[in-house]
Each structure stands twice: as structure tokens, then as C-alpha cells.
Design a protein around this ligand. Structure first.
Ligand SMILES: [Zn+2]
Length: 629
């Protein structure tokens, strides 16, 4: 899911230390390639570390000199254009300078020199953030009337118009100078909740160790839990669940306090700025209507019978007489097939033929170039991402390719982000090429759906067919149902605070347990949820990201709708889809998707994905019957 484009996100990540966590430093370690490693070419960014360093020094000078624009934004149209041209010029170079170090450090997190450069890049970003912090408030003081006049008169402001209007949109929610100062200072206090949570969960909890039936001692840290919750022995899974969740339960009051503080912070800002509620404040940035969030929650609740059907299907595949919450993770199918990187390229190209020649041409260009770092190796950052922040260069893709089907899926996903970046870059100036999360994950999940459907079209054994179906269904469970359940929880705890009622860890557990039971059909006898598991909310770090997770669910739904339209021969589907990718950040994501026929405030996308899910389950049922299961 990871993806990086756009400087604002980079700045935030750098300043908050969220997605780009600090790595442990070890001296004397050198980046060494695994045999046969396929690697990216960072010299496309800078020919040498010296050249990078010279750029960094120049950027620091430019940043320091930027204060000359302060107080001048409202002097004339030309003065405003000068200031905006310069800030974008610096930002573009800064982004390139930054990714050179972040990619370099991800190759080997133990490389102290690379870490040091990365840290220098982050410091430069922080400087940039401070030097340009005056802009938004000053633009708001200049006001819409004057700036609209400037945009009409000055041709150079054309490419800045979206940014200017987007900033001015906040006008009616902006307070007086003194109040704004207080709010700005308060952010250091309100940001504390997330920091305390991170510290507690990463450093302070003593993770328990259990002995599994195999004799293995399993330490149930977060990573250990992810691994051992999927073991095939059911008693072991129960032991893992009961022990892990009891550990979190011991901190119920503490995590309740941190999350309550966070929620109170959100409602404090929403109220201070006169937003009707915390949700509308959170969605105001990307300008997404509240209706999207509420329709998603409503539609998914209406589709719970389909989800219950899926849980029963899992039960059938696992051969169990009843289902418990700890039966969610073990694999029910296996695939005895390896996919080389060439296979991944071939399958990606074949499956994406509905996108047309322009898209496929860009994909081939990327495959033939040195844009990706493919295999795992000691010290390399785990996971996968696309980084498209170097506007004048090309996207970079990091993978940890292991030849499984999931790796092919991730491969296609990340290249979906890469081609999105290429299309947006070709169609937009730097100022508007960076797109929002709301559309970004759609450009990658569509690829995953098309890959699954492409494989399922083949002549497969029942076992292999069932495997792909199972992967697709698991994706829908984890991305549509689970994330929407999270989204509903997030909304509920904010509503409790907004209603002036007290919120505590105990109350959060009660709210979460109620959702867990409803989603998983506890009352209908589909899956029994033990009360202890109601503490799961405490384990989800995404609740500290302010109404973020719902976008996973909207993306997979919108992506599925596009994929289905293409596969069903809708003649407009291809151009609609490409138009969304090409629009980049030149427009608001909700609006452009709506125009492309995917209205995420309507029920259609959610009904489409659930219909696909039911179709897949019909096929799985038929296969299981054939197999005599
Ligand atoms: Zn992604």
C-alpha cells in the first residue's frame, strides 16, 4: 500500500517520523547486493554523493533566502507569481535531493553514512517547512477577491490557481491572527497522544512468550503475533490470541487515555475552526464529502450477510465445526508454483491490456529501465513502495520479491502507482502532478483485481483456481470489511466525545466488541467472538491517523468498479480511468472520480465489489463440492 509522491506528504512523514521511521545505526556495515539482485540506478538522480551534497547546500541557501517574499504576496500579481514559482522550484529540487537519500538508506538500513545523509535531508525539509510556513496564512489575509483578480491578470499564475484556490477554501474556517497563533502552538501538545502511543507499543510493553504444541517458544510481539496467529494448530492459535490480547488488555486504561486525548484534540480543532464535526474537518483537506464515509459504512453494513457467507466458506475450507475469531488468519489453500520476475512482468502486461497501448507502453519502458530494487537482502527495508517524488527523473519501485503469487500482486500494485505517476507527470506541471491518497490506491488496486481475473481466465487445476479465489476474497475481507469496521469505530468514538460523553478504554472496548460481533455475525452463530478480543482497537496504530483507513475500503471498491467495467466491455471505461490518472492533483479526487462514473458517495461501487465477492464465492463453493469438501 505504501507510496510516496508529493512533497507535503514527505514533509509530514519526515517531521512526524511516521512512515519513515528511524533505523538502528550500525557502524562498519556496507551495502552488499544479494546474488542476482536487480537494482535501481540512483545516478539518474545525482551522479555522485558530492553532487548531491552540493545540491543540498544550494537548497539550504535558497530556503534561507526565501524570507524575502514574506509580506509581499499581496503586493502584485507578478510578486505572487515570483514567490510561487520560487517555492515550487526549491521544493522540486528538495524532493529529488530527499529521495536520493531515502532510497539510498532503504537499500541498507545498517549503512551509517546513508542514514546520516537521510537525516540531513530530513533536516533540510524541516527548514523548508519553517521558511514557507508564512505562506498559507498570508494568502488568507490577502483574500479571495484580490487573488482571483491576480489569477485573471497574470498568466504565470495559471498553474498555481488550484493551489491558491485550495488554500483560500480554508478562508471561512480561519480565525484571527491571535487565535491562529494559539492553535499553532497547541499542536505540539495535541500531537503528544500519538507519540506516547508509539513509545508504549514499540518500547515499553513486555511481550509474552508461549510454548506452542511443536515445542517452539513463540514471543508474541506485534511481529510475532502476525506470524503465529496463522499457525495451523487451532489450540496454538487460541493460545496466541488469548495471551496476546490479555497483554493489551492489561493496558486498556492507558491506551484508552491516549486515544481519548487524540480524539479530544481532533474535536478541539474542529470546534475551534467551526467545522460541524471532527469527520468533516478531517475530510476538508482532500475535500471529500462526508457522504462518502457515511455511505461506505452504511453499504458495508448492508453487505454483512455476504461477509458472513465468506466466513462460513472459510469454515468449510478449514473443516471446522464452529468458527472463532482466531480462525481468521490460517491459510486455507496453498499454491505450488513459483513466479520469476519475468513472469511477473509478463502477467502484469497481459492482465492490464484493458488499459490500452499508452499505459502498456509506459509500463514496458519502466520494466526495461533500472527503476526498481527487486529482491530482499540483509539490511534492506521490508515491504514494498513506489516513490514518484522526483518529478524530473522517473518513479522508483522498492520490492522484496520472493516468487510467490502475493509478490506478483504487489509487483503489479506498485507498478500501478508508477504508471499513475508517469501519466500524471506527462499531463501536469510540477505544481499539480502530485495526487491524493484517495485516488492513488485506486490506481494500484485496480491492477490487483485485473491480475486475479486474468489468472482465473486460464486453464487451471481446481486447487490453483481456489487459491486465487481465496486470495481475492481475503483481500476483500481485510480491505473492505475490516477497514470499514475500523472506520466505523473511529467515527463512533469521535461522536461520543462530540456528544460530551466520557470516553475510556473500557468504553472503547465495549464499542469495538459490539462492532466485532456485528461484523462477524456473533448473534447469527457465524463466528463466536470472545469478550477479551474487544481490546483489539488498542493494537491498531492507524487510529492515530485521523480518519485515514476508510480510503483503503473506498479504493478497493472504486478499483473493482473500474476493473469490472473494463472486463465487461464498457467502451468508456478505459478513457474514464486514464483521465483520472492523468488528472493527477489538478482537481479534487472525489469530483474527478465521480465524473469518471465512480461516485464513491453512492452505493454502486460497494455493491459492485460485493457482487464480485459473491461471484467468487459461488465458484469456490462449486470447486469445494467437486473436491468433496
Ligand atoms: Zn499502494
Amino acid at each position: 500500500m505504501k507510496r510516496t509522491t508529493g512533497v507535503n506528504r514527505l514533509i509530514k512523514a519526515a517531521l512526524l517520523g511516521t512512515t519513515l521511521a528511524f533505523a538502528p545505526m550500525m557502524h562498519g556495515a556496507m551495502a552488499e547486493d544479494a546474488p542476482g539482485q536487480i537494482r535501481w540506478d540512483l545516478s539518474d538522480l545525482y551522479p555522485s554523493v558530492e553532487a548531491w551534497n552540493a545540491t543540498r547546500e544550494q537548497v539550504l541557501k535558497d530556503v534561507a533566502a526565501y524570507s524575502r517574499f514574506q509580506g509581499n504576496l499581496g503586493k502584485s500579481a507578478a510578486a505572487l507569481a515570483d514567490a510561487l514559482d520560487e517555492v515550487n522550484r526549491i521544493e522540486k529540487e528538495l524532493a529529488r535531493m530527499y529521495i536520493y537519500t531515502s532510497l539510498g538508506s532503504d537499500e541498507d538500513l545498517r549503512d551509517a553514512k546513508a542514514q546520516e545523509r537521510f537525516s540531513q535531508a530530513r533536516t533540510t525539509y524541516a527548514e523548508f517547512g519553517r521558511a514557507t510556513a508564512f505562506m498559507a496564512p498570508e494568502l488568507l489575509t490577502v483574500g479571495t477577491k484580490k487573488i482571483e483578480g491576480y489569477i485573471k491578470r497574470e498568466k504565470r499564475l495559471e498553474k498555481h490557481a488550484f493551489f491558491l484556490r485550495d488554500t483560500l477554501r480554508q478562508e471561512k474556517y480561519t480565525l484571527g491572527l491571535e487565535a491562529e497563533g494559539v492553535l499553532a502552538n497547541a499542536s505540539e501538545v495535541t500531537g503528544g497522544a500519538g507519540n506516547i502511543y508509539n513509545l508504549l507499543t514499540s518500547a515499553n510493553i513486555a511481550w509474552p512468550t508461549v510454548k506452542l504444541s511443536t515445542g517452539e517458544d513463540a514471543t508474541l510481539s506485534q511481529a510475532g503475533y502476525s506470524k503465529y496467529r496463522a499457525v495451523q494448530n487451532r489450540e496454538d492459535r487460541k493460545l496466541v490470541f488469548d495471551t496476546f490480547w490479555q497483554t493489551w488488555k492489561n493496558y486498556e486504561a492507558t491506551f484508552g487515555q491516549t486515544l481519548d486525548t487524540l480524539v479530544k484534540g481532533h474535536t478541539f480543532y474542529a470546534k475551534s475552526r467551526h467545522y460541524p464535526n471532527a469527520l468533516s474537518y478531517a475530510l476538508s483537506g482532500p475535500n471529500i464529502p462526508e457522504e462518502v464515509y457515511r455511505t461506505l459504512v452504511k453499504s458495508v453494513n448492508e453487505s454483512l450477510p455476504s461477509f458472513h457467507r465468506y466466513l462460513k466458506l472459510r469454515q468449510r475450507m478449514l473443516g471446522l465445526s464452529d468458527m472463532r475469531y482466531y480462525d481468521i488468519y490460517p491459510e486455507t489453500t496453498a499454491l505450488d508454483r513459483e513466479f520469476s520476475v519475468d513472469d511477473a512482468k509478463k502477467l502484469t502486461l497481459e492482465s492490464l491490456t484493458p488499459f490500452g497501448e499508452e499505459y502498456l507502453g509506459l509500463l514496458k519502458q519502466g520494466f526495461d529501465a533500472d527503476w526498481m530494487h527487486v529482491y530482499p537482502q540483509p539490511g534492506k527495508r521490508s515491504g514494498a513502495y513506489m516513490n514518484g517524488a522526483a518529478y524530473d527523473v522517473h518513479p522508483y519501485v522498492l520490492l522484496n520479491y520472493n516468487k510467490g503469487f502475493e509478490d506478483v500482486s504487489t509487483f503489479s500494485h506498485e507498478w500501478g502507482h508508477a504508471v499513475h505517476t508517469l501519466l500524471s507527470r506527462a499531463a501536469n506541471p510540477y505544481e499539480t502532478y502530485s495526487y491524493r491518497t484517495f485516488t492513488a490506491e485506486l490506481a494500484s488496486t485496480t491492477n490487483e483485481v485485473l491480475l486475479q481475473e486474468h489468472l482465473l481466465k486460464g486453464d487451471l487445476s481446481d486447487e490453483e483456481r481456489l487459491y486465487y479465489i481465496d486470495r481475492a476474497l481475503e483481500g476483500i475481507r481485510g480491505t473492505l470489511f475490516r477497514q470499514t469496521m475500523f472506520a466505523e469505530f473511529e467515527l463512533k468514538i469521535h461522536e461520543v466525545v462530540e456528544a460530551g460523553e466520557p470516553l475510556s478504554g473500557e468504553k472503547m472496548t465495549a464499542i469495538y466488541l459490539d462492532l466485532l460481533k456485528r461484523y462477524h455475525g456473533d448473534a447469527e452463530g457465524v463466528m463466536k467472538i470472545d469478550d477479551l478480543y474487544g481490546i483489539e482497537w488498542a493494537y491498531i496504530p492507524h487510529f492515530y491517523r485521523n480518519f485515514y483507513v476508510f480510503q483503503y475500503a473506498t479504493s478497493i471498491s472504486g478499483g473493482t468498479m473500474f476493473a469490472e467495467r473494463m472486463l465487461n466491455g464498457d467502451p468508456k471505461a478505459q478513457s474514464d480511468y486514464l483521465n483520472v490518472l492523468k488528472a493527477g492533483g489538478s482537481r479534487y479526487p472525489y469530483e474527478m472520480l465521480k465524473e469518471a462514473g465512480v461516485d464513491l458517495a453512492s452505493e454502486a461501487p460497494y455493491q459492485t465489489i460485493v457482487a464480485r465477492m459473491n461471484r467468487l464465492m459461488d465458484e469456490a463453493d462449486a470447486i469445494l463440492t467437486r473436491m468433496g469438501k
